[in-house]
Each structure stands twice: as C-alpha cells, then as structure tokens.
Design a protein around this ligand. Structure first.
Ligand code: SAH
Ligand code: SF4
Length: 365
C-alpha cells in the first residue's frame, strides 16, 4: 500500500480549521471566510487569483497546495456530455472522476479511494486492490473540478452547476468513512459549496458498520446498496465481502437504517449474463426483498445495471431482452424497479470501469 498522504492541501480544511490556520498567522477571521468563499463559491483555481486577499497572505498560501489532485487528462464521450478526469496524486496513485451533463441536471461521480480492497470480481477498480484512502480534500476537489468544468463548458440553467453527486467512483466510501464524511459535510456547507444532502448518494458494497454510522448522521444523504445476487453462495463468489457480512446481516442492517431514518434505500443489481440474470434468480430476489427488505410504501427500490464490460474478465453483459425479462418479474412481484441507463461506456467512464487506464487486464486464475 502506498504511504498515506502527508501533504495537506487547502481543500482539506473546513472553515473552522482555515480560521485556526490563519489565526496562527495573525490573520483575522474574516480573511478565512474570504478564502473559503474563493475556494468553494468562486472556485478560484489559484491563490494568486484571490485578489481580495492581501499579497502577503496570498504568498503564504501559495506555499501550500490548493489541491493535491493533478489533472492528467480529460476524456470526452457522449458528444461532450460525459467527461472523465484522470488525476494523479503526489504519491503516484491515480483516481478518476466523471461528470455527466443532462438537460435538467449535472451529476458528478466521485472516487473515495485510489483502487479498492473489496475485490468484487466484476469491477475494474476491484482488480487494482487498495492503493490508499483519499483525504477529504482529495474527495472534495473532485466536485470542485466538476463545477469548474461546467463553468468552462458554459453549461447553463439547472445543469450549469453540480446538482447531484454520487459516491460511485473508485473505492468503497465506508472503508474510508471519516474522511469521506468530512467531505460530505464540507460539500454540504451552505456557506460554501452548498450541495443539498438529498442531492448526494453514497453506494456501499454492504459494510454493515458504515450503514449503522450513516443512520446516526444528521445529514439525510441517500443510500444505495450493492446487492448483485439473491443468495449467499453467488454473492460470495461475486463479492468477497459477503463472507464477512452475508445477506441476512446486510438486510437486517438495512431494515434498521430505514426504521431509524424513514428514508428509502436503493439496491443495485448488476446484470451478468448467465450468472445472476436467470428468471429463477429474479424470483429469488423478489422473494428475498418481499421477505427481508424494509417494509412500508416505497421504502426501497431496485436499480438494475447492465454490466459494463471489464476486459479480461470471463463475464458478459446481459442481453437487453434478459434485462427486460428480469425487470418484468420484479415488477410482477410489485418490487419498484428501474434500469439504469449508463453514460460514458466508450471512454470507460461508466460504473465499475474506473481503473486509471483503458480497462485492466485480469489474469484468469
Ligand atoms: N464501492 C461502492 C461504490 C463504487 S462502485 C460499491 O461497490 O457500491 C458503484 C456501483 O457500480 C456499485 O453498485 C458496483 O457494484 C457497480 N459496478 C461495479 N463494476 C461494475 C461494472 N463493471 N458495470 C456496472 N456496474 C458496476
Ligand atoms: Fe470496490 Fe465497489 Fe468495485 Fe466492489 S464494486 S471492488 S466495492 S469499487
């Protein structure tokens, strides 16, 4: 594992911490508020451009990096409406961020770790292993990049700013909970980036402790749970984490979460041809959810995701007619269910394709 980040950047600080930092330099509190505004509202790309700050302070700030993410390249797909950024970190690791522009909104998909230690067999990031956790500033700075990119594109109306943020990039957010949550709070801060809690969604592989912690948090962000199989044998084969937290435990934690928060959760289910997309598996999933899932009207929802190819794996994407047949069975069981339309497949920017290169090659075992 690479050495954890040591160099703090300005995006690692919340307003209180910036105030402390500047106080130590003999600056009044309002200077910290000015700086914070420059970072999160004006999205100013360098401290030299923060001309409302005195030159001496700017010079001092310039000794510290604004962000430790170095943009290496941006790939463009879907006729300019999907953009994937590849960032290099000071220790050489890479992370990716995806911006998706729709007519009525703009969504950014953010990474929380470089690589991932969870080893799901269908996921390109999983093949990398865990390189390291991202700092809160490295998570926050990805959303800042997306906002700057939207501004540079001249995007207008509701899509002109980041309106939705999903923690569905590289990494498992709950395996980096503290830093990830600091990033959530900072992005939510009404004095700064001001993104509504309900506009953020975290996706987890199913770490029960993280689900429990999230249930106790004050900000009502949305929760998505990667399920991907209706039984423990198959889930453990696809997602090694299932050996630690089998389905019954995961469902119990989800039920407690919904009881505590009264918020709806979504279950994600990636469709893999001949693996987990058979009609009998749709029936088993429907029965599992009817039996185990949170009760009450519409307190859960299933998101079917046609698998995005990861080169080198022996898996394949379900044909469309199998996807619709699977969805029909869930609908017949009155399970609320949608099929996610993917963006950015041709630039390897879709869910599960982020690996810092054009796909990773996995050695068959
Ligand atoms: N680690 C978290 C969040 C990042 S992955 C998690 O696993 O939930 C975001 C979503 O993409 C998860 O539901 C994941 O299972 C799914 N995913 C992974 N690889 C994929 C692929 N190749 N095609 C489609 N979805 C994939
Ligand atoms: Fe990690 Fe999520 Fe990929 Fe699994 S699907 S390896 S948890 S990023």
């Amino acid at each position: 594992m690479l050495r954890a980040m040591e160099q703090r950047c300005l995006y690692d600080y919340n307003l209180l911490e910036l105030t402390e930092l500047l106080r130590g330099w003999g600056e009044p509190a309002f200077r910290a508020r000015q700086l914070y505004r420059q970072l999160y509202v004006n999205l100013t790309a360098s401290t030299e451009q923060m001309t409302d700050l005195p030159a001496a302070l700017r010079a001092r700030l310039a000794e510290m990096p604004l962000s430790t993410l170095r943009l290496e390249r941006v790939q463009i797909g879907d006729e300019g409406l999907t953009r994937k950024a590849l960032f290099r970190l000071p220790d050489g690791a890479v992370v990716e961020t995806v911006l998706m522009v729709y007519p009525d909104r703009s969504t950014v998909c953010v990474s929380t770790q470089a690589g991932c230690g969870m080893g799901c067999v269908f996921c390109a990031t999983g093949q990398l292993g865990l390189l390291r956790n991202l700092s809160s500033g490295e998570i926050v700075a990805q959303a800042i990049w997306a906002s700057q990119e939207l501004r540079a594109m001249g995007a207008a109306g509701p899509a002109g700013r980041v309106s939705n943020l999903v923690f569905m990039g590289m990494g498992e957010p709950f395996a980096n909970y503290d830093r990830w949550w600091q990033a959530v709070e900072r992005l939510h801060d009404p004095q700064g980036f001001h993104l509504g809690a309900r506009s953020m969604t975290v996706s987890t592989v199913g770490l029960v402790k993280g689900i429990e912690r999230l249930a106790a948090e004050k900000l009502p962000i949305n929760l998505a749970i990667s399920l991907h199989a209706p039984d423990d044998t198959l889930r453990s084969e696809l997602m090694p984490v299932n050996r630690r937290y089998p389905i019954a435990e995961l469902m119990a934690a989800t039920r407690r979460y919904v009881e505590q928060t009264r918020r709806r959760v979504s279950f994600e289910y990636v469709l893999l041809q001949g693996k987990n997309d058979h009609p009998h598996q749709a029936i088993a999933l429907a029965r599992l959810l009817r039996r185990e899932a949170p009760r009450g009207p519409m307190l859960f929802h299933v998101n079917l995701i046609p698998w995005n190819p990861v080169p080198g794996t022996p898996l394949s994407r379900s044909e469309w007619q199998r996807v619709t047949a699977f969805q029909q069975i869930l609908t017949d069981y009155r399970i609320p269910c949608t099929v996610r339309v993917e963006r950015g497949v041709e630039i390897a920017a879709a869910c599960g394709q982020l690996a810092g290169q054009q796909g990773v090659v996995v050695q068959p075992s």
